[in-house]
Unconditional design. Structure first.
Length: 366
């Protein structure tokens, strides 16, 4: 869940590094396939039936199929400035370089021009990530052979140092929307966000710096409801303050991760992917829910329930951790139900799907 302050900046103070949550490899694919509709297309469907012993082999398979599909459409091109030394003028003359050529008795001109090229950042990231996977010992030979074949089409594309890519500033337009999912796969590979615990399960690495996994978790849940419950409203929604005098100046924006509406009932879900689902106070040796999260979901519910009839409920849905105490409570507060639940991502996906469907049944009567 992301809120904004008066200046419109995202508050990420609650985001923390995920290092003790395990996720089955296949579930990572399912989460990605809901979050990115491209993975539900026919060329990716066979992945769901395959068994993967490690995450890098899964990513290699997704990337190979994604690149193959993109090559059929054509690699994305964009204009970029190219500098060259030529006996004839192409584009804009660069005086400093040209003067230097003259001083050295070279009959060359320094010039720059725009070139419509495949050699752009998105394709550089694709190529470099494929090369990383090619060198990884856990990627199966079949995937490596396919990646090598596809890289033949990237001969005019340079490599880029993935650790230095500014992922937040990647730009997407209608011409490169298909790259969004592929860039997310590249991000996971490049940042090494998933580390093995040696038993076929994966945990998040210690440096989740921008809430990437948190956003994937949110988007997965939202798209799950959109896909399986087409008869309900499922969207992030901005909530207006239920003020008495109409004055809202300086009040922060309230925007939900997920709002579900069906036949007059509303469930606001705040998805949380935290290291710890509970907070511990050593002074009093007590364990409680995160107070800020409770205050936030309560505020959402009470401000949205303008009719004050109790038809609006709220839920904090945490990704389950390895903590001994796990929240599973329904509270009735001032006429509205506030729930705190956990979703275990380290179980067979059919059980994850059942829990999410049960939430819609139990709280909306779908």
């Amino acid at each position: 869940m992301r809120t904004s302050d008066a200046n419109g900046k995202i508050n990420c103070s609650e985001f923390s590094m995920i290092k003790d949550k395990s996720i089955q490899i296949k579930n990572i694919f399912y989460m990605l396939s809901y979050a990115f509709q491209a993975l539900r297309k026919s060329n990716f469907t066979q992945i769901a039936a395959e068994e993967f012993e490690n995450i890098h082999d899964l990513f290699a398979s997704i990337l190979a199929k994604g690149i193959a599909a993109q090559l059929k459409r054509g690699l994305y091109k964009e204009y970029s400035e190219v500098s060259e030394h030529s006996p004839v003028l192409r584009g804009k003359l660069e005086m400093n370089g040209t003067v230097e050529h003259k001083l050295n008795n070279r009959r060359l001109l320094s010039c720059t021009h725009d070139e419509f090229s495949e050699n752009n950042l998105l394709n550089k990231i694709l190529k470099s990530t494929a090369l990383v996977l090619l060198s990884h010992p856990n990627v199966k030979r079949q995937s490596k052979v396919e990646l090598k074949r596809l890289l033949l089409f990237f001969s005019s594309v340079d490599e880029v140092e993935l650790k230095k890519v500014s992922w937040r500033t990647l730009n997407f337009s209608k011409n490169n929307q298909n790259y969004k999912m592929l860039m997310n796969i590249c991000y996971f590979v490049a940042q090494g966000l998933l580390i093995s615990d040696g038993s076929g399960k994966f945990k998040m690495a210690d440096f989740l710096d921008d809430g990437q996994m948190n956003r994937l978790y949110e988007k997965f849940i939202l798209e799950f409801y959109r896909y399986h419950f087409k008869n309900i409203y499922a969207n992030p929604t901005q909530i207006a303050w239920d003020v008495d005098d109409g004055i809202i100046e300086f009040l922060p924006e309230m925007k939900t991760d997920i709002m579900l509406r069906y036949k007059g009932k509303t469930l606001i879900i705040d998805a949380k992917y935290y290291t710890r689902t509970m907070q511990y106070n050593p002074l009093y040796n007590s364990t409680t829910l995160h107070s800020n999260n409770m205050y936030q979901i309560y505020s959402y519910v009470k401000n949205y329930d303008t009719n004050h009839n109790g038809d609006v409920a709220g839920m904090l849905l945490y990704a389950r951790t390895d903590e001994e105490v796990q929240p599973d409570k329904d509270y009735m507060i001032s006429g509205n139900k506030i729930c705190v639940k956990t979703l275990d991502l380290n179980q067979e996906f059919k059980f994850i799907a059942k829990q999410l469907k049960d939430i819609a049944h139990d709280y909306l009567g779908v």
